[in-house]
Design a protein around this ligand. Structure first.
Ligand SMILES: [Zn+2]
Length: 110
């Protein structure tokens, strides 16, 4: 079951789940993001890490969410590679697209 990569709610728990490249965002997170962008103060773009101001417990609680998203991204990549194989694409082409050797692509995805 796909989950929102931002709030971790499942597709069943949201109205809409929009797919990206291995990640998903729900309608509520899109609305929240739009509010954040609208209320963004003028000035230089922030490049500081998101963990600035996050306490230790919140930081630890965030780790399994990132790990779950990593698995979701891996599953999505695996299914796209599966579709490439179903279409008859060679391991050479798939490996080249991923910046790896044919053998590495085959070992990882076959
Ligand atoms: Zn969400």
């Amino acid at each position: 079951m796909n989950r929102c990569s931002f709030c971790n709610r499942s597709a069943d728990d949201v109205d809409t789940l929009v797919a990206g490249a291995g990640v998903y965002i729900c309608n509520d997170c899109v609305a929240l993001s739009a509010d954040i962008i609208k209320s963004k103060p003028a000035g230089p773009k922030r490049t500081t890490p998101v963990w600035e101001g996050v306490d230790d417990d919140a930081l630890l609680a965030h780790l399994p969410r990132i790990d779950a998203i990593r698995h979701q991204v891996d599953d999505d990549l695996r299914s796209w590679v599966g579709e490439a194989r179903r279409r008859g694409m060679s391991w050479d082409r798939i490996g080249e697209a991923l910046g790896m050797r044919r053998q590495s692509a085959w070992e990882r995805f076959s």
